[in-house]
Design a protein around this ligand. Structure first.
Ligand SMILES: Cc1cc2nc3c(=O)[nH]c(=O)nc-3n(C[C@H](O)[C@H](O)[C@H](O)COP(=O)(O)O)c2cc1C
Length: 192
């Protein structure tokens, strides 16, 4: 198991995987840690779909032309939620907070609610990349796909209250990509 520092530094977008299939325990730990990511109001306006089924992976490939979805033993899809009334918000937040949150959401446009769901979902995806790396799994984060087709692939066809944040192929690495470099100018102290 890698430390957080080691996992972050050693992670590379990796698109080729060995035939070794990660155990259910490994996949479960990665999914569980990803879903530990914080969310606005703890409302958890996101889901994580764990794809191991060949037909679903085939449909993700068809939605993207990205070969790694077919080759990877597991693909994770971070989904944003943007409905006004969550079916489980009272359970998560209690009746009073859930009511307030629904009232707040009802005042917002669909576009803003979509953005909020995507923010929660992207944080899950970010945690997932690090958690997977710590478990020895390499990942390929992607946004190069047709969103509607990805939604169809995972059973969300036609759902306007769901959005796709990141599709992440994962498996044991069969390539060692070099660090592509980072700009030295992306840290800003206090203000621009
Ligand atoms: C939001 C996002 C979208 C990306 N989309 C794709 C993609 O569609 N296909 C792909 O092969 N890689 C994709 N990548 C991987 C990036 O190309 C890669 O992360 C970047 O070159 C930096 O390399 P590193 O991850 O090894 O540090 C994406 C990465 C991010 C964060």
């Amino acid at each position: 198991m890698l430390t957080v520092d080691e996992a972050i530094r050693s992670r590379r977008a990796t698109r080729k995987y060995t035939d070794q299939v990660p155990s259910d325990e490994v996949v479960d730990r990665v999914a569980e840690l990803a879903l530990e990511a914080p969310s606005a109001f703890n409302a958890q306006m996101r889901d994580l779909v764990v794809v191991r089924d060949h037909d679903v992976k085939q449909a993700l490939f068809d939605a993207s032309g990205q070969r790694q979805f077919l080759d990877a033993p597991v693909v994770f899809v971070a989904v944003g939620r943007s409905e006004v009334e969550q079916d489980d918000d009272e359970e998560i937040l209690g009746a009073e907070r859930a009511k307030n949150l629904r009232a707040g959401r009802a005042k917002r446009s669909e576009a803003v609610r979509r953005e909020h769901g995507l923010r929660d979902a992207m944080l899950v995806a970010g945690f997932l990349l690090v958690a997977a790396q710590a478990e020895g799994l390499a990942t390929s984060p992607t946004t190069g796909w047709d969103e509607e087709k990805v939604k169809e692939a995972i059973g969300l066809g036609g759902r306007a209250d769901r959005s796709i944040a990141l599709v992440v192929a994962a498996g044991y690495p069969d390539e060692t990509p070099a660090h592509p470099g980072r700009a030295a100018s992306r840290r800003v102290n206090d203000r621009y």
